[in-house]
Design a protein around this ligand. Structure first.
Ligand SMILES: *Cc1c(COP(=O)(O)O)cnc(C)c1O
Length: 392
């Protein structure tokens, strides 16, 4: 179906940071399937481990115990505040599980008949009906009303607005089950969370026994330079969701919960494909390789270079570029009103052999594989500058 406005580009092969089109042209990939290909394309270790898994066991039902799934859950819990994990196949599906968890928490812990979930404006939580209802962007709702009920929105990073909405919702007794937030808004324009705001939300959630659930689908699994984006905010969530980068290109999603939010019982949630041996082997490999190759330290070092070179680019083109912002290898370049739009700049960069992705009309986003090297960053900036000059 015509659900995507596709670029006229057909990619047929990839290796490391590079992808090739069907005419043999080479592109530097700073999209990585939108923050998915953590280890780059065609990584030898991921290939070897997945080939081995295909030759051992690919899929069995969750009717049975799955050692790879248990090992991946353990790996996530050992590196986070979580105690239990549910596996599914995508970000939207992970958020669906989180929304069901929130509703159950509202019913059983807070005794609410029709629980509310508070989410942020400019957020993005996925395209299934509940996840898109959680998404605080009207353009994604249009044409699909009625939305799933029970969501209220407030401006991101705005403590006063959050406090006012919470007070309004709780005026006649308990009404709010959970707050669902991205630690950094990716699709919404690469807006990093403000630690003071998140710490206040955490405090209020604790006071009212409201769950704080974080959508780590884009920023989680090392992309921020920490395992999880919330480590940059100085808080622990009650639950968080993962997908994108977790499988390094193999579809997998997860809902991780603390013991205190471990509320779903046998039969209350399920997925046929979720947590199959193949996808979990991919997730395990990604986590093991992030550790073995010391990629968290590497992301920090590469992020510093990328940030400095983007800042220098802004200084060279102050009439077109406003600023750089982001965490780790999730960086945005903010364009001025007078500058070409982000989608136009992305197209011009493609002609220069560089793949980037817009995050809204005014922000160009870098989400490269975590294995990016300094020479790739230099090349990316050069190509981006050429694209900018062509348009200007
Ligand atoms: C991409 C994304 C999703 C949706 O993930 P899908 O795998 O496309 O369903 C949800 N939340 C955030 C923060 C995302 O970036």
């Amino acid at each position: 179906m015509d659900t995507y406005a596709r670029y006229p580009l057909t990619l047929v092969r990839g290796k490391g940071l590079w992808v090739w089109d069907n005419e043999g042209r080479r592109y530097l990939d700073c999209v990585a399937g939108i923050a998915v290909c953590t280890l780059g394309h065609s990584d030898p270790v991921l290939r070897r481990n997945l080939s081995h898994q295909l030759g051992t066991l690919q899929h069995v039902s969750n009717l049975y115990r799955i050692p790879e799934q248990e090992a991946l859950a353990k790996a996530i819990c050992e590196r986070s505040c979580a105690d239990k994990v549910f596996f599914c196949n995508s970000g939207a599906e992970a958020n669906e599980a989180a929304i069901k968890l929130a509703r159950k928490h509202g019913h059983v812990v807070r005794g609410i008949e029709r629980p509310l979930i508070l989410t942020a404006e400019a957020s993005f939580h996925g395209r299934t009906l509940a996840a898109v209802s959680a998404t605080g962007q009207p353009k994604y709702h249009q044409g699909f009303e009625p939305m799933v009920e029970g969501f209220r929105y407030f401006p991101y990073n705005d403590t006063a607005a959050f406090e006012a909405l919470l007070a309004e919702c709780e005026a006649d007794g308990p009404r709010v089950a959970a707050v669902l937030l991205e630690p950094l808004q990716g699709e919404g324009g690469v807006n990093p969370g403000d630690p003071a705001f998140f710490q206040r939300v955490r405090q209020l959630c604790d006071q009212h026994s409201i769950l704080l659930i974080l959508d780590e689908v884009q920023v989680g699994v090392g992309r921020s330079g920490r395992w999880w984006g919330h480590e940059r905010l100085g808080i622990e969530p009650d639950a968080f969701t993962l997908a994108k980068g977790l499988g390094g290109g193999i579809p997998i999603g997860a809902l991780a919960v603390k013991a205190s939010a471990d509320l779903l019982r046998a039969g209350e949630h399920a997925s046929t494909f979720g947590g199959n041996p193949f996808a979990c082997r991919a997730g395990l490999t990604v986590i093991q390789e992030i550790e073995r190759r010391e990629l968290l330290t590497h992301v920090e070092a590469m992020a510093t270079r990328l940030r400095e070179q983007l800042e220098a680019l802004v200084e060279r083109h102050p009439t077109l570029l406003e600023r750089q912002r982001g965490w780790g290898l999730l960086q945005g370049l903010v364009l001025r009103e007078e500058a070409p739009s982000a989608p136009d700049l992305v197209k011009a960069a493609m002609a220069e052999g560089l793949l980037l992705v817009p995050a809204g009309p005014r922000v160009v986003r870098f989400v490269p594989p975590l294995v990016i090297r300094p020479r790739h960053i230099r090349k990316a900036i050069k190509r981006l500058e050429r694209a900018l000059l062509t348009l200007a």
